[in-house]
Design a protein around this ligand. Sequence first.
Ligand SMILES: Nc1ncnc2c1ncn2[C@@H]1O[C@H](COP(=O)(O)OP(=O)(O)OP(=O)(O)O)[C@@H](O)[C@H]1O
Length: 230
Amino acid sequence: MSKQPVIRAVDLLVGYGGEPVCAPVSFTLPPGRALALVGANGSGKSTVLRAVLGLLEPVGGRVEVLGRAVDEREVGFRTRVSSVLDDDAYFPALTVAEHLYLTARGHGVQGADTVVDEALAEFGLTEHAAALPVALSSGQRRRLLLAAGLVRPRSLLVLDEPEQRLDVAMRDHLAQRLVEEKRSGGSVLLATHDPDLLRAVADRAVLVGDDSSRMLSVADAVAALQPGAL
Ligand SMILES: Nc1ncnc2c1ncn2[C@@H]1O[C@H](COP(=O)(O)OP(=O)(O)OP(=O)(O)O)[C@@H](O)[C@H]1O
C-alpha cells in the first residue's frame, strides 16, 4: 500500500467571498484510515469538506488529494473520490434503482445489475427500487445517497454527517461498512456529530473552531461532542 497521504491539508483556510469561517486546519489522512471533523453547528466542517472536494476555492493554505492539488474536473480525481454531502443531489425523474445503476455504470462497474441489487438489499431499499426520490422518507433518501456513494469504485470517501436521519440499525451498519472500507485500503474523511460513529470508525479527529482548529485523539473528540463541551 502506498504511504503517500490521501489528503494533505496545510494551513487550509476556508470560507465564502474571501472571508474565513473558521481557523485554518492542517491534517493528513493516510490510506486505510478515517479522519473525523468535529465541531459545533456552523463551525465550518462542511466548508472544509467542500474545499477538499474542490467545490470551493480555499481562502488560504493548500490541500492536496492523492498527491495533487485538488481539481474536481480532473477525471482521475472524480474516479477516485466519492462523496455524500447534502440531501438534494437527486434526479427527480429517476427511480431509486436507476440512480444506483447510473452511478455504477457511469463509473465503469462490471456487472452493475448485480451490484445495484446488492446495494438495494444492503440499504433496505429493494421494495423501493421503482420509487422516485419524492416518494421516499427522509431516512430512505439518505440511504439512497449513501448507497450511491458506495456503489462505485473509490480510494477516498468523503461524508458529511452520514448518520443524519438514519435509524439505529442503519447507523450501526454504516459504522461497520466504514470499518470495512478502511480494511480494504480505502480512506474516509467524515464530518459527524455522532460519538458512536466517531468511536467505531475514526482514527483521528480535527476539532474545527473559530479561534483554533486542532488534531484530537478519538477519545478527546468523543469528549468534545458531549453536551456543554463545545
Ligand atoms: N454558501 C454559503 N455562503 C456563505 N456562508 C455560508 C455558506 N454556507 C455556509 N456558510 C456559513 O459558513 C459557516 C460554516 O458553515 P458549515 O456548513 O461549514 O458548518 P458546519 O460545521 O458543517 O455546521 P453543521 O454542524 O451545522 O452542519 C456558517 O456560519 C454558515 O452560516
